[in-house]
Design a protein around this ligand. Structure first.
Ligand code: UD1
Ligand code: CA
Length: 458
């Protein structure tokens, strides 16, 4: 295409039907705001300009998307989609072509937009339409009964009984030459039930001036579903998640129940990965060959190498996990953690900002924070690295082949030297010598004749 491509995203509306303080386009689908979905797709087209029309909650909407490539245009009063687009006129390239996207139609695909652009010739307006079973709420595409050419778009609230029977709807997405916008937008009136300046009226104006209006039907309905209320948001979330699940199944991932998985970002899987029900994947998660993820795990920005098993109810964030590890059940692994191969992190163990080397184990009830743990270390149940003195965080170093007895406190900064054994119930405050047993317990005594206190008898 030789003409400059401008994209306008309409995002000024309040979204009254969401019944929320949050502007509609900031509600999230698959972990990202509706506006972020649309903006990301728009950027993939590498247009000459992206304008986003904001109004209701404009400042927070603006802060939600970063980037110097965006032109923010304020629509101080929300007088309709036509009025919204009109605010962008001074910013649009005079001889360009504008693609209108809606901030509340989040899942439009790059493929469909490319097809739409391919259809736009010199003087064409191109509308993206869809055939839907239940057209309620959408603008209807009115065609000439003989020629089948598009004559107008009629909004739900303005449609007569006959028009309400039309199942071809306006997705809102359209491509219009900018000189048309300059000529026709100022001519739109608000003589309709909502007293709004409808962008959709530009089609009837175009037809009146003998301009040709072409259309393209979206391949997938979910791409063009608009969000006006929480029920539509929840519905589209499930449709999208099912779509992601089907893609994974197609690639050979075993999902115990494809209707019970949530992907809020990008999940990349090797061969023979198995995922049980109720798992949530956020950000970028990469699972190596034969990784198993048990029920109800939450993984955010995690890389897991081959043959590792993550048992149910584990929560892992910003972590790299080696191969053949065993994690959970009920493990919590926090940001900045790196586990080598064959590490075991068991139930009710919390690890934060720590490195744990080959074959080391912390199987029960421990806190390992700001630590460097060597190879083949065994950390007994109830071991705590006391990393915080109330003001600063300190490091614990545990060298190779250390054995730490249960219920031990390691007061950081401290070094447990290679091959040390720590007796159970110790509080370690100083570096321990290599290969020796260190303990800090007082000697066991028995008090002869001691009696338990008794409640006075009444
Ligand atoms: C709109 C279309 C309808 C289409 C449907 C598809 C019009 C008049 N109607 O209806 O034909 O079937 O989308 O989902 O265009 N907005 C502004 N400023 C405003 C008004 C709206 O920026 O003054 C933005 C909203 O933030 C939203 C989008 O435009 O992102 C659509 O507005 P909305 O009120 O939801 O229109 P619909 O009634 O859904
Ligand atoms: Ca809408």
């Amino acid at each position: 295409m030789t003409k400059k491509l401008n994209v306008v995203i309409l995002a000024a509306g309040e979204g009254k039907r969401m019944r929320s303080f949050l502007p509609k386009v900031l509600h999230t689908l698959a972990g990202r705001s509706l506006l972020m979905h649309v903006t990301t797709t728009a950027r993939l087209l590498s247009p000459d300009k992206i304008c986003i029309v904001i109004g209701h909650g404009g400042e927070i909407v603006k802060q939600s998307v970063a980037g110097d490539d965006l032109t923010w245009v304020l629509q101080p009063q929300q007088l309709g989609t036509g009025h919204a687009l009109m605010q962008t006129l001074p910013h649009l390239d005079r001889d360009g072509l504008t693609l209108v996207l809606y901030g509340d139609v989040p899942l439009i695909s790059i493929q469909t937009l490319r097809e739409l652009i391919a259809k736009a010739e010199e003087k064409y307006c191109v509308l993206l339409t869809a055939e839907v079973e239940n057209p309620f709420g959408y603008g209807r595409i009115v065609r000439d009964s003989d020629t089948k050419t598009i004559k107008a778009i009629v909004e739900q609230k303005d449609a007569n009984t006959e028009q309400q029977e039309i199942h071809e709807i306006n997705t809102g997405i359209m491509l219009i030459p900018n000189d048309y916008l300059h000529n026709w937008l100022p001519k739109i009136e608000n003589k309709n039930t909502q007293h709004e300046y409808y962008l959709t009226d530009i089609i009837a104006l175009a037809v009146r001036q003998s301009a040709q209006v072409a259309s393209l039907q979206a391949a997938n309905l979910w791409e063009v579903m608009g969000i006006n209320n929480k029920s539509q948001l929840a519905e589209l979330e499930r449709i999208y998640q099912r779509h992601c699940a089907d893609k994974l199944l197609h690639l050979g991932v075993s999902l115990i129940d494809p209707s019970r998985i949530d992907i809020r970002g990008e999940l990349v899987c090797g061969s023979d990965v198995e995922i049980d029900v109720g798992c949530i994947f956020e950000g970028r998660v990469k699972l190596g060959d034969s990784v198993q993820v048990g029920a109800h795990c939450i993984l955010k920005n995690v890389i897991v190498d081959a043959d590792t098993t993550i048992l149910p109810y584990s929560m892992i964030e910003d972590t790299e996990i080696g191969g053949s590890c065993k994690i959970g059940p009920y493990a919590r692994i926090r940001p900045g953690t790196k586990l080598s191969n064959k590490v075991h992190i068991g139930n009710f163990v919390e690890v934060k900002n720590s490195q744990i080397a080959l074959g080391s184990k912390a199987n029960h009830l421990s806190y390992i924070g700001d630590s460097i743990v060597g190879k083949n270390v065994n950390i007994g149940a109830g071991t705590i690295t006391c990393n915080y003195d109330g003001a600063n965080k300190h490091q614990t170093i545990i060298e190779d082949d250390v054995f730490i007895g249960s219920d031990t406190q390691l007061i950081a900064p401290v070094r447990i030297s290679k091959g040390s054994t720590i007796g159970a119930g110790s509080t370690i405050t100083k570096e321990t010598p290599e290969g020796q047993l260190t303990l800090s317990r007082s000697k066991q005594i028995s008090v002869a004749g001691w009696k338990r206190p008794q409640k006075p008898k009444v």
